[in-house]
Design a protein. Sequence first.
Length: 518
Amino acid sequence: MELKEVTIGEQFHHMAAERREHPAITWDGETYTWEELDGLSDKMAVSLLYEEVEKGAHFALCGKNSVEWVCAFLAIVKVGAIPVLVNPNLKEREVQLLFDYADVDQVYYDDVFADNLTDSLYRKYLKISMARGMLKGIKKAQPISGVEMQKLLARQAQVTAGDNACMLFTSGSTSRPKGVMITHYQMMNIAREAVEILQWTGEDRICQVLPMFHCFGLSMGLLTLFVHGGCMHLCSSHKTGVVMECIDKNRCTVLNGVPSLFLAILYSREREKYRLDTLRTGMIAGSPVNQKDYLAIVKELGIGGLMQSYGQTEASPSITFTSLSDPLDLRSRSVGKAISSIELKILGLETGAQGKPYEQGEILIKGYNVMKGYYKNPEETRSVIGEDGWLKTGDLGYLDEEGNLYVTGRKKDIIIRCGENISPKEIEDAARGSKAVAQVKVFGIPMPVVQEEIVACIVAAQDSSLTEEWLRELLKNNLADYKVPKFILLFNNFPEMAGGKLDIQELKKQAYARIQPK
């Protein structure tokens, strides 16, 4: 694919002019056309100019998915400011830490986030509410004057494809936030390639469950919408029943999500109540999916065009895509080939040299999609991006002869026991081979002599009678003895962080407390 110099605002304006009266977004029982989105976001952008919001200003966007969020995002990028995308579920301390680090000037916030705006935060920032119903007031406001539009167009002309488009935050359990700086050029070309590979068109209807404050939801949801011109149906909740109702009601053709979303639908007892047969394609990414689960999702849900992808926030966020032309067996095992105009290589763990086909090592990439860096953190940036421009992903994998990538785990997750390198993912896949296992996380804990012992933390499936002894026997039958965990711990549920992701540090802490002698 030929790369294109285009900003988010330019791409949106092009599609709005082309699709005018076609539906762009449905939300809260209402449908918004492309023309309406353009007009509403223009009015919001003009109001930002009146507030003297400067090009390059950091504008926190704090809210869950909504049409108000979309219009606010568009208004911010239209005036050349930088949306700082914030999880609305963060607590006050986390919000203050993030705002201070990101040098936030202004805040758009919704009802969910409003409780976090304490008196000190409220006084410090320019605040604009994104409460439900705000767009009705904007619709009734006076039309934009010719002078106002000229000022807005003049500001938009100053925005270039090489400017920072937004600041996204890497997920992690450390208290220090890391803001990833990504340009318009990077994000829009990733979106263009995704649309080309997945063959999305203006006739497609997207069920948008993924939060747009994360890179996956923003890039593969909203920004791809600006390229293919279809209609996005915003889900009011990530609950399985709500998602299935959205697909059924709107006859959605596209569903993007993490493996747990698809598996929740697959195993839902309510699935037969809904018509899901309109789903034809989508992207499954964000965490590894084993071959058995992928094939079950494709077969049982009938999503023949479900593509695997691999990426990370630091890569804007995509690195590889599988393709509709790939055989199903390959799509079930591999995350595909590198996207256009980037390089990908594997460095051997012991040799540090470029690996041969099927030789496992760290995945490195180089190209236009590599982030500009971590905001105000040159030391951390240098630790992952070398002087030669290669980004160390921290992930492990290997390539086949055709250049297809297979992700095998995280470099830092490798367990070393008695000199043997052990992949937690391999053990997790073996445990997931049983329907009695709902969730599994494997890691190593320091131990004398052997270096590390293997710990498997398990959440049993509903109504299962899983025991430690039974699972140990299962693993012994499927893994070499040295890979069988010394400790198998059963949990009712795993601890989670604010965004719903596994809190691995807390899980390790709980596991260690149970393992240590009383």
